[in-house]
Every structure is written in structure tokens, then in C-alpha cells.
Design a binder for this molecule. Sequence first.
Ligand SMILES: NC(=O)c1ccc[n+]([C@@H]2O[C@H](COP(=O)([O-])OP(=O)(O)OC[C@H]3O[C@@H](n4cnc5c(N)ncnc54)[C@H](O)[C@@H]3O)[C@@H](O)[C@H]2O)c1
Length: 356
Amino acid sequence: METIRIGIIGHGFMGHEHESMLTRLDGYKVVGISDTDPKQLEDVKEGIKRYANNEEMFNDPEVDVVIIAANNNQHHDLVIQAAKAGKDIICEKPVAMNLAELDDMVKVVDECGVNFTVHHQRRYDKDFRTMKNVFDSETLGDVYSIKSSLYGFNGNMHDWHVYIAEGGGMLFDWGVHLLDQMLWMMPGAKIKSVFADVRNVINFEVDDYFKILMKFDNGIMAEVELGTYFLTDKMDNKWFERHWIMGGNKGTAYLDGFDPQGAIVRTNGLLQNVGGQRTMTAAGPTRSFGPPPEGKLVTEPLPLADTTHEDYFENYRKAFDGQEEFLVKIPETRRVLRLMEAARESARTGKSIDFE
Ligand SMILES: NC(=O)c1ccc[n+]([C@@H]2O[C@H](COP(=O)([O-])OP(=O)(O)OC[C@H]3O[C@@H](n4cnc5c(N)ncnc54)[C@H](O)[C@@H]3O)[C@@H](O)[C@H]2O)c1
């Protein structure tokens, strides 16, 4: 197995994550790190070079692959410079600020003949992979609805993520992961139309809330919702929440949390002909929303996935050695960018946008 020699550009939050993961993974060596802010290099681990600038890294023959972990507005130029230097590239998400930037990058990457992929490690999130297992198994019958949501309860948005010019906003931050997951869940399906609300609830420049509805040609209505400003003071230190719900005509799968808890629930017979039973609830008497008749609901465990973010680099290593394909392909990331642009347009016009 060939050791992949890595250079990291940007030693902030994500640069540190890459440094720490890749120094403990077999098959990788972090050769050096660069950052335009010298202070950010002060805690680079022993044995790793600190470059005076990015050019020094691009010119270092010991670096095979450059990981670009700088602010979103830097990705375009850095990818082009890395490609021209003949380096393979892993770029952080979102790959670019818009389609025009990405097309520019791809042109140069193709001319230079280097490998180019994007760090969408959340394709290995346990919650997502568990729901994808459920979907792929077809155990829910005809799926009609999938909802993926993430809520933050402390109102935080931080650093450059609050500025448009730097590529801030939640659509570019978490939205790109949540949409990438939804599209990769059902890769063959086309999105017929997109309807979305994208808002700045409290931020001056950037979005901190969105709800995106996608009507797929396989009949599924998918929804992705994220908000950073659903405040609560009763979370017991749990300041964000992840949820999935998937409905099919043979059952429902629900899942809560990144360390997934949930179940598949089915009925063992049609409930439409049960005698209307009056049940008293806090909402008043009801027949439709009372408890189900005894023995009619059957619960099954979820087929829990055992994936980790390290699997992303396991795939990268094998793909680098030619044993498999890079999991994240640039046309997939382009489709997600297009989808985000359609969501913004729908939010701006209040209209549904025809997509594919
Ligand atoms: N995949 C994920 O889960 C994930 C998570 C967080 C952030 N990210 C992505 O990682 C990237 C960095 O985000 P962050 O939160 O770590 O930001 P950050 O502000 O913590 O770190 C960015 C670093 O890049 C440096 N930098 C900026 N421009 C540079 C340039 N031209 N050359 C060299 N260094 C430069 C900054 O000085 C800073 O140290 C973003 O694209 C972000 O979307 C991905």
C-alpha cells in the first residue's frame, strides 16, 4: 500500500480535524500545513512542516494530495492553483460558491489531469446510512415521504459563516451535507421540482433557516429543514437535534440523533375498517388520533449502520490505489450546487422551480 502524502491548506476548525484524523490513519502521512494567518500554524503537530505560504506547499514534491480547508470563497482559486501544480485535490464542501466557479475549476482540473473530489464525509454518518439501508432494502414498500431535519437551539452562527462574501450561511454550511445525503440516498431518481423557503431569521447577511421540498420522479416528496434559531432552555446540554422520518405503504421508519435511536413501525392489518373508538385526549375527544387497537402495531429494530468518517479516507486510499472509485464525484456536487441555487430562486420568487 502506497502512503498518500498530504498537504493541508487552512489550519482552522476543519484543518485541525484533518490533521488529527490523518496522522492516526494507516496509509496517510501529513507532510505539511499552510495558512495565511501564521498564528494558526502555532500548534501544528511535531514533525509536520509549516509552510510560509501556499506556493511553498504547491512546490513541495513530497506532497501528493492537497486538502483545501480554507474559507468557502477561497476554494475556486486554491483548487486551480493546486491543479496547475499537479497536485491531486480534496476540497472541503461546498466545493464552490456557485456553478460558474465550479465549471471554471473543473476545466483547469481536466486540463491538468489531476484527481479532484470533495470532502462529503457525512455520506458516512450513521443516522444517514441507517436510513439509506432502510430505503435500499425496500422494506417500507412504496416510499412516499422522506424528511431530514436538523435544529439548533442556541442561536449560534460563528466567525466568517455570517458573511455572504466568505461563503457563509447555513445552506453552504450544513445544507450542502443534508442535500447531498438526500440525493445520494436515491441516485437514479430525478428531481422534478423544488419549492423552498430560505431565510435570515436573525442574521443580517446569511440564511439561518431553510425548508426545501423536492418532488422526485419516483413519487417521493423529500423535505430538508434546518433552523439555528428554534430556541429552548431545556435541552440538558443537547444543543442540536437530528431527525429522520421515512413513510412507505408498508411501514414508517423514524430516527433521532447522530447516534441513532429509532425503529421501523408497521401495522399488521389495515386500520381503515376498525370501529371508530372514541378516546378522550387533551385536544378533546378523537377517533382518528387515539391509540391503535391492541396488537395492531408491530415494531422492528432499525438496521443500524456501523460507519464512521474515517471510512471516507478509507475509500479515498483505495481509489487513489485504483482499487475502487472515489465515492464523491464532481457532477454530484455540481447537482447539489444547482439545487441550492434553485432553492434560493424559489425562496426569492415564492414559486416552485422545475428542475430536471
Ligand atoms: N466537512 C465538514 O464537515 C466541514 C465542517 C466544518 C467546515 N468545513 C469546511 O471547511 C472549510 C474551512 O472551514 P472552517 O470552519 O475550518 O474555517 P476556519 O475559519 O476555522 O478555518 C479556515 C482557515 O483557513 C485559513 N485560510 C483562509 N484563506 C486561506 C488561504 N487562501 N490560504 C491558506 N489558508 C487560508 C484561515 O486563516 C483559517 O485558519 C470550509 O470550506 C467549510 O465549509 C467542512
